[in-house]
Design a protein around this ligand. Structure first.
Ligand code: NAD
Length: 370
């Protein structure tokens, strides 16, 4: 990565992917003008677009491009109508998405959940529980824990009975590196980390709590507290505004990040970042909307491009360390919403100031607000 040219592999994928990617690139071009940055953006096919173009969900040329880039801006892949026509291991989610996660060692998943006051109607919680608006970040460990631990098998134990075994396993370095990600992210926010575990029952929980506490000593400006996962699930519903950064191991994070996501009302509002190792100044990252290809609304100018656009803000913040430009994108999105612009997924007839717009119009308004 040079000082001023950031190399981005833009993989739009299937369904609404190309529509929302187009708006994200539009916003990045507006950022270039305002902040004197340069983005070298190369688009390449992935998912069914990859299969149609080159016979594979992750074509060799697309993978090669990713390896030459500073980060990947991803749309989404998979089409439920076509996926069953090919073997599981060749399908886009496995052959492209999981392959890229593995290839680039993406061990940290960051999911910001923000509910602006104007979208209170889209949240399942009462207005009083939303306080001044929900604004939190779930940091989830992505490559360890129960999903990958060995042994992992189902065995015959006789008499017609089976036994299934999954193993929860974490090492000190694995916990340390995700804890550093959470504390560093908190330093860019309200400087609070709530670490989630089950230390009252699990050996993993005891080690997790111990290691996170030790790492916290290196971040005296960040306040740390711990919460058992069952209470965490409850507190998200009762008082979500208490959370700034929530730090979780893989499975707890999988569950709690989706619970937290429900608070934002629409998948179309939720970006995510998956980060790999940092060497020097550079962190390789994979940035994508939390939702999928939404085939029900694809190609109709109906998709909300905000999740994809906010993914570019995460990219600027975490891979390129361009916090001012990232803040400007966040602010431009907030402005478009404050001005009443709504795609169908966040529109409510109860709000007389709301104006229903399409994917393109929302992207135009956000680019213009920059
Ligand atoms: P989905 O997220 O695509 O859609 C679920 C619902 O949310 C739909 O009603 C959709 O219209 C809506 N939605 C999603 N994003 C939206 C947006 N930006 N604006 C407005 N509405 C939006 O989930 P699904 O229907 O279960 O899956 C469809 C396909 O996407 C499947 O093939 C699935 O495998 C794939 N998928 C891919 C990823 C990924 O690439 N990371 C993630 C999830 C699902």
């Amino acid at each position: 990565m040079s000082n001023s040219v950031f190399k981005i592999a833009a993989l739009a994928g299937d369904g609404i992917g190309p529509e929302v990617m187009r708006e994200a690139i539009k916003v990045l071009r507006a950022v270039e003008k305002k902040f004197a940055l340069r983005f070298d953006i190369t688009e390449a096919p992935v998912g069914w677009a990859g299969i149609d173009a080159a016979g594979k969900a992750l074509p060799d040329a697309t993978l090669a491009l990713c390896k030459l880039s500073d980060c990947i801006l991803f749309g989404s892949v998979g089409l439920p109508d076509r996926d069953p026509s090919i073997p599981k291991e060749e399908r886009p989610e496995r052959a492209a998405l999981l392959r890229l996660r593995k290839e680039f060692g993406l061990f940290a998943n960051l999911r910001p959940v923000r509910l602006p006051k104007e979208l209170a109607h889209a949240c399942p919680l009462s207005k009083e529980r939303q306080g001044d608006g929900i604004d939190m970040l779930v940091v989830r460990e992505l490559t360890g824990g129960m999903y990958f631990g060995q042994p992992k098998k189902t065995e015959d134990i006789g008499n017609g009975h089976l036994r299934a075994i999954d193993t929860m396993v974490y090492t000190t370095p694995e916990i340390e590196r995700i804890a550093h990600v959470a504390f560093k992210a908190a330093q860019l926010r309200r400087k609070k980390v709530c670490s989630i575990d089950k230390a009252n029952v699990l050996e993993n929980g005891v080690l997790w709590r111990d290691v996170v506490t030790k790492v916290s000593k290196q971040y005296p400006d960040v306040a740390l507290d711990h919460m058992f996962v069952d209470n965490g699930a409850m507190q998200l519903m009762l008082r979500p505004t208490q959370f700034d950064v929530m730090l979780c191991e893989n499975m707890f994070g999988d569950i709690l990040s989706d619970e937290a996501a429900a608070l934002a009302g629409s998948l179309g509002m939720l970006p995510s970042a998956s980060l790999g190792a940092t060497s020097g100044e550079q962190t390789f990252g994979f940035y994508e909307p939390a939702g999928g290809t939404a085939p029900d609304i694809a190609g109709k100018n109906l998709a909300n491009p905000i999740a994809q656009i906010l993914s570019t803000a995460l990219m600027l913040r975490y891979s390129f360390k361009q916090n001012a430009a990232a803040d400007a994108i966040d602010a431009a999105v907030s402005k478009a919403i404050a001005n009443g612009l709504r795609t169908g997924d966040i529109y409510s007839t109860a709000d007389p100031t709301a104006k229903k717009v399409g994917t393109r119009e929302m992207g135009d308004a956000i680019a213009a607000a920059l």
